[in-house]
Design a protein around this ligand. Structure first.
Ligand code: INI
Length: 163
């Protein structure tokens, strides 16, 4: 049986990060986690791009441009949407998530969702920490895995077709 479980990504991938400046003190931590994951997987700095946008709502448009360019194998979205009494929360978080999944499916490029959506600053800090797990790290690894999975699946499907 053909199976892809946890593919081991190569070091030849090009990855773009889109990061929101809103709640920057949290997003900086997510970015650190994401960069650490890319370092550990041997993705050199010249294979990475980083674009800052004002807030999470703006992430999908830039993610789309990067995905459509054909220059990047995956896009990693980083942001922090904190409820904290803002009526914006559902719109910003919802549109960001919807926009990013649309980019990924329309462009056929893995886009991973490292946008925290939390009720409080404390919860956001917890998810962006170095000790208790860092969402930025996790979504960077997920992006590399998805690229590798798609590569392996493409080879398998090609093989089936030429049988
Ligand atoms: N943007 C965020 O990234 N996080 C938030 O918590 C947030 N809140 O609370 O409003 C937020 N708003 C800004 C939004 O993303 C846009 O930048 C803004 O509306 C301009 O279009």
């Amino acid at each position: 049986m053909f199976e892809i479980q946890e593919p081991r990504p190569g070091t030849d991938m090009r990855v773009a990060i889109v990061a929101a400046r809103f709640n920057r003190f949290i997003v900086d931590q997510l970015l650190e986690g994401a960069q650490d994951a890319l370092d550990r997987h041997g993705i050199e700095a010249d294979r990475r791009a980083l674009v800052w946008v004002p807030g999470a709502y703006e992430i999908p448009l830039i993610a789309d441009q990067l995905a459509a360019s054909g220059q990047y194998d995956a896009v990693i979205a980083l942001g922090a949407v904190i409820r904290g009494g803002t009526p914006h929360f559902d719109f910003v978080a919802g549109e960001c998530a919807r926009g990013l999944s649309r980019v990924s499916l329309d462009r056929g490029v893995p886009v991973t969702f490292g946008v925290l959506t939390t009720d409080s600053v404390e919860q956001a800090i917890e998810r962006a920490s170095t000790e208790a797990g860092n969402k930025g790290f996790d979504v960077a690894v997920a992006a590399l895995e998805m690229v590798q999975a798609r590569r392996e699946l493409a080879v398998h499907l090609d093989g089936l077709q030429s049988r």
